[in-house]
Design a protein around this ligand. Structure first.
Ligand SMILES: Cc1cc2nc3c(=O)[nH]c(=O)nc-3n(C[C@H](O)[C@H](O)[C@H](O)COP(=O)(O)OP(=O)(O)OC[C@H]3O[C@@H](n4cnc5c(N)ncnc54)[C@H](O)[C@@H]3O)c2cc1C
Length: 463
């Protein structure tokens, strides 16, 4: 280790690495899911060239390296284990170029998501990916976890918003895949290796992001429906009527709406008691005609009977009140505690059957258990929060029931946040043995000494 640190300082200068007590503990020890150990050393590269030297030397010393972005991850992917060196992208925070003709922004991997959003806004453009950790999470981390967030339905996950990238392999090779073109089928699309692989195949150093014309109108409504079949019919009608402008379709089951109302300061926009509530939002380019089209959609759905009630926001304040219901899990620590939360995906047509099965199985195990269901169902994504007054809280047993139900309905145990270390035991619930074998083959081909984020996503690849 001492040799490695000396080699790093000799190659890149003494400020490239901090060791022991110099390592700021709170910045490098935990993400939003897990507390790990303080890394024995943290390297702070300034460029892809520095990352290349760091990884080449670590590879020669067989030193495990954990890439760290903003540490907002929800799967423990950036958390170090004993004896691991952290590689922080925090010094690589430049926005290099905005190309309005191409609709792209070229950035270093350590730029915060919010900084990217603000730079796009100043150029009268939109970088649409948005999530709660925006102030701290970095675009490199966002790419490595293939983050989703609030506008996936309209613009896609991170993968759809990245045209090209630069990454450094564990042996120090720099892969320049800084493609700006929407169409490029010349061989394998190598950027996909690094997007969503949680820092196990390479360190992302630069990205070419897609930016879009800013929407000029936002229309929002809160509606209720009497059955899941009606909710799906309303989704179809919304897609047909709004022709690509639909940006959110958030479904809340009745039990969720009951708990959500506990934290609302204003009166409820719609009375409780209906089986389903839907928050629907559209982004458009022409405020007058967008409003007309949107109100026409709600009127038609009421007429057709797929909605039982609906209220269109007449002000930003109204829209915020609708979203406050949907975002009420932020208050669950006060209103619905102790609990554990899940973020899973299911084929859209089966989500309601899954909900019934999950609720029943949890109740068979604990008659007093509560579970609430809500999510971006147009993205096949559903969130579950399970509450139980029991000490010690049986988190692992609850996880087993929920993830087994996900497996039985051919869903994914991770819709957005990745596997990291917290879902290692459940990867095989959503992936076939052949798929996992191919992932291991790729990992060992690219990282034969298993130095890059070892133990994450696939666990121990040597066995
Ligand atoms: C309040 C809150 C709300 C959130 N909401 C959402 C949401 O709606 N949707 C969603 O998808 N996620 C959400 N997240 C989690 C989300 O995954 C992270 O915010 C973000 O994507 C990770 O960025 P980061 O820079 O913090 O990465 P980190 O946590 O530092 O790292 C995450 C993973 O990426 C790897 N990594 C980081 N940087 C690099 C790099 N440059 N090269 C290679 N590997 C790297 C790490 O090793 C680790 O495996 C939320 C988090 C918070 C705290």
């Amino acid at each position: 280790m001492i040799n490695l640190i000396d080699d790093l300082k000799n190659a890149l200068g003494s400020d490239i690495v901090k060791t022991g007590d110099e390592v700021p503990e709170h910045q490098h020890t935990k993400d939003f899911a897990l507390r790990g150990v303080r890394p024995f050393a943290v390297a702070y590269p300034r460029s892809a060239g520095d990352v290349s030297v760091i990884l080449r030397l670590c590879n020669q010393h067989h030193q495990a390296v954990v890439p760290q972005g903003g540490m907002t991850g929800l799967a423990g992917g950036a958390v170090a284990a004993e004896g691991q060196l952290a590689l922080s992208l925090s010094r690589m925070g430049e926005i290099e170029e905005i190309d309005l003709a191409a609709g792209t922004m070229t950035v270093q991997a350590g730029v915060a998501l919010q900084t990217v959003q603000e730079a796009a806004d100043r150029a009268d453009m939109l970088f649409p990916l948005d999530l709660g950790g925006r102030g701290s999470c970095q675009v490199g981390g966002m790419a490595s976890t293939n983050a989703g967030g609030n506008r996936v339905l309209r613009y896609g996950m991170a993968r759809a918003l990245i045209l090209g990238l630069e990454a450094v392999l564990p042996d120090g090779t720099i892969i320049n895949n800084l493609n700006k073109m929407l169409k490029n089928n010349a061989g394998y699309d190598l950027k996909q290796l690094f997007i969503g692989s949680e820092g196990t195949l390479g360190v992302i150093t630069r990205l070419i992001l897609r930016i879009f014309p800013k929407p000029r109108s936002v229309s929002t409504a809160l509606c209720s429906s009497r059955s899941y079949a009606d909710v799906l019919a309303f989704l179809q009608l919304s897609n047909q009527t709004l022709a690509g402008a639909l940006s959110a379709f958030e479904v809340m089951w009745a039990d969720f709406y009951e708990v959500a109302q506990r934290s609302q300061k204003r009166g409820l926009p719609l009375p409780s008691g209906e089986p389903f509530y839907v928050l629907v939002e559209a982004l458009g380019g022409d405020p007058l005609s967008d409003k007309e089209k949107f109100e026409g959609l709600i009127a038609r759905a009421l007429e057709d009977g797929v909605l039982t009630d609906g209220v269109v926001a007449q002000s930003l304040r109204d829209a915020e009140a609708f979203w406050a219901l949907r975002d009420s899990p932020g208050e669950f620590r006060q209103t619905y505690w102790p609990n554990t939360a899940f973020d899973v995906s299911l084929p859209i047509g089966e989500i309601d059957d899954f909900v019934e099965a999950c609720r029943d199985r949890l109740r068979s195990a604990w008659p007093d258990v509560n579970s609430v269901y809500f999510g971006h169902i147009a993205d096949s994504n559903i969130h579950i929060v399970v509450q139980l007054d029991q000490k010690p809280f049986p988190k692992r047993a609850i996880e087993e029931i929920v993830y087994e139900t996900v497996r039985d309905y051919r869903g994914s145990v991770s819709a957005e946040h990745g596997i990291g270390v917290v879902k290692l035991d459940f990867l095989e619930f959503s992936r076939t043995p052949e798929e996992i074998a191919l992932m291991r083959t790729l990992k060992l081909a690219i990282d034969p000494h298993n130095i890059l984020n070892p133990g994450k996503v696939l666990g121990d690849v040597s066995s």
